[in-house]
Design a protein around this ligand. Structure first.
Ligand code: HEM
Length: 117
């Protein structure tokens, strides 16, 4: 989530805001908007409009590190799958009890490698 302060009287989704009012925005919720992404809870990076997510925000506060973050993710995920091509989820994931920076506390995986006797 992120926060904006109204500079002038404005209306968002039928709610009125006076100057100085804080508006808490759930960016993660917007990324699951069924009006933008069909089957929004399905992780599918091949959707034709996958680039319409706002995980890096938008406008003047667009994430300054977005290019670096994309590069890091590409290098990290490629290295991970090259090293463990059979990687798959093998247990129930557990989320961290946070609201702002969401993520996993535990994500049990299997590498698919056989253990020899
Ligand atoms: C996956 C990784 C990342 C995600 C999802 C992410 C997400 C975001 C989001 C959503 C915002 C905007 C917040 C808002 O609108 O209030 C933001 C801003 C920002 N990010 Fe990132 N970020 C990531 C990585 C990085 C990295 C690696 C850097 C720096 C090396 C960085 C630097 C910044 C800075 C400086 C801003 C403030 C921009 C401004 O307010 O003008 N971010 N980021």
């Amino acid at each position: 989530m992120t926060l904006r302060i109204a500079l002038r009287e404005t209306e968002v989704a039928g709610k009125r805001f006076e100057p100085g009012h804080g508006i808490l925005l759930y960016v993660g919720g917007a990324n699951r908007d069924p009006g933008v992404f069909p089957a929004p809870d399905t992780f599918d990076v091949t959707r034709p409009n996958a680039d319409q997510h706002i995980a890096f925000s938008a406008g003047v506060h667009y994430c300054l590190g977005a290019s670096l973050a994309r590069l890091e993710a590409a290098v990290a995920l490629r290295s991970l799958y090259e090293r463990f091509p059979g990687l798959s989820v093998s247990g129930t994931p557990q989320r961290r009890p946070t609201r702002v920076l969401r993520g996993y506390e535990r994500l049990p995986v299997s590498t698919g490698a056989r253990v020899s006797a």
